[in-house]
Design a protein around this ligand. Structure first.
Ligand SMILES: Cc1cc2nc3c(=O)[nH]c(=O)nc-3n(C[C@H](O)[C@H](O)[C@H](O)COP(=O)(O)OP(=O)(O)OC[C@H]3O[C@@H](n4cnc5c(N)ncnc54)[C@H](O)[C@@H]3O)c2cc1C
Ligand code: SF4
Length: 333
């Protein structure tokens, strides 16, 4: 691993001066370190300097509810999310996603800010011998190679899938990201925060140089909104999702009034399936509805040589998630 400098500032002003234009990407913020340090040890990223965020009293911390919804400070750990009675009540999809992520030890260290910004688990990406497209190279060895964990949607030039379990849950809950830099604060919806990698930006997010994620905000949802996150893994502990489904639903009697449906493990970013949502909205629960919707959700999938198994797996998870959320009638109003 390349040697690096380490700073542990106590104010945001000091932090931004360290992350500012002089850093030019050679300075990285460090939260729990569970992804960044792994990438550094493997020589995939080699910053000149790390800036520790954990002593920054000015970063909002913890989980709070106000009239504006629920706010999670960027340094909130996955354990805190998993154990929060408030989130379990208001946003079960998020607590379920946190409890299914990684291991208890990792969840104690891993922060929500770092979780959204972790890089893909594609094995070519994680191996320093491959200079693949996402790392600045010319092509993608996964496209015609070992691609059983790769994308069904949104692939090309990169076919890696988004690794976070919490991101699809947050997208289903319509969360926004609060970002700060020396130029001030901006707020972006999670769907704008994530973006397919492209020629000019070989990353999966639109965070800018010198910016910090300071918090996430989940807006208040109408009474009766239910949510869940289901994840298929190839073993029971600390496995990334083969595929996952996050869903948030509000019923009036047996009619679906609102729904957000997000697939995980299928694209370089969490993948919202709006056409399937459109079929659900205004429909009465029952009959073959969820079977049709699961077909619609997977309609545009373009499997690679080794990952077509994800399609039936996802259809089952979609049906199961929707059945769970609509099992008993929720009182209207
Ligand atoms: C064995 C293993 C299994 C795992 N399994 C899962 C799983 O099943 N599901 C899942 O979702 N995740 C899983 N993970 C990933 C883990 O959840 C992430 O590594 C963790 O959430 C990252 O958070 P961190 O605080 O450690 O981030 P760091 O490693 O400190 O940072 C990650 C990135 O985010 C940047 N960063 C961090 N905080 C901020 C901020 N506030 N503002 C701007 N930039 C910031 C860093 O510069 C770095 O680029 C697993 C990890 C391991 C090692
Ligand atoms: S899928 Fe993306 S990360 Fe993996 S080898 Fe291809 S370009 Fe690299």
């Amino acid at each position: 691993m390349k040697t690096f400098e380490y700073d542990s500032p106590e104010t945001l002003e000091e932090t931004f001066s360290l992350l500012g234009p002089d850093g030019e990407g050679a300075t990285r913020p460090l939260a729990g370190g569970t992804d960044l340090l792994t990438l550094m040890k493997a020589d995939i990223v080699s910053p000149d300097r790390l800036v520790n965020l954990k002593r920054l009293g000015e970063l909002p911390s913890g989980i709070k509810e106000t009239g504006d919804g629920v706010t999670l400070g960027a340094l909130t750990t996955l354990t805190e999310i998993e154990r929060s009675p408030l989130l379990r009540r208001r946003c079960p999809a998020l607590t379920e996603a946190a409890s299914l992520a990684a291991t208890p030890q990792l969840r104690n260290m891993a922060t929500i800010g770092g979780n959204l910004l972790q890089r893909p688990r594609c094995w070519y990406y994680r191996n320093s011998l491959f200079h693949c497209w996402l790392k600045g190279g010319d092509d993608c060895p996964a496209c015609d190679g070992q691609n059983q964990y790769h994308a069904l949607f949104g692939g090309g030039p990169c076919y890696a899938v988004h690794p976070s379990d919490l991101a699809p849950a947050l997208l289903a809950l319509d969360a926004e990201v609060i970002l700060k830099s020396r130029n001030g604060e901006r707020r972006v919806s999670l769907s704008e925060f994530f973006a397919l990698p492209e020629e000019g930006r070989r990353t999966e997010t639109t965070i800018r140089e010198g910016e910090l994620v300071t918090a996430l905000r989940i807006p208040p949802h109408p009474e009766g909104t239910r949510s869940t996150y289901l994840k298929a893994m190839d073993r029971k502990v600390w496995a990334f999702a083969l595929v996952g489904v996050a869903a948030a639903v509000r019923l009036e009697g047996k009619r679906i009034e609102e729904v957000r449906l997000v697939l995980n493990g299928v694209a370089p970013v969490p993948w919202r399936v709006r056409e399937a949502e459109g079929e659900l909205i205004g429909s009465e629960v029952g009959g073959e509805l969820f079977t049709h919707v699961s077909e619609t959700a997977l309609k545009g999938a373009r499997p690679l040589e080794h990952n077509a198994y994800k399609i039936p797996l996802l259809k089952t998870l979609i049906r199961r998630a929707l059945e769970t959320l609509t099992e008993t009638e929720v009182p209207s109003g």
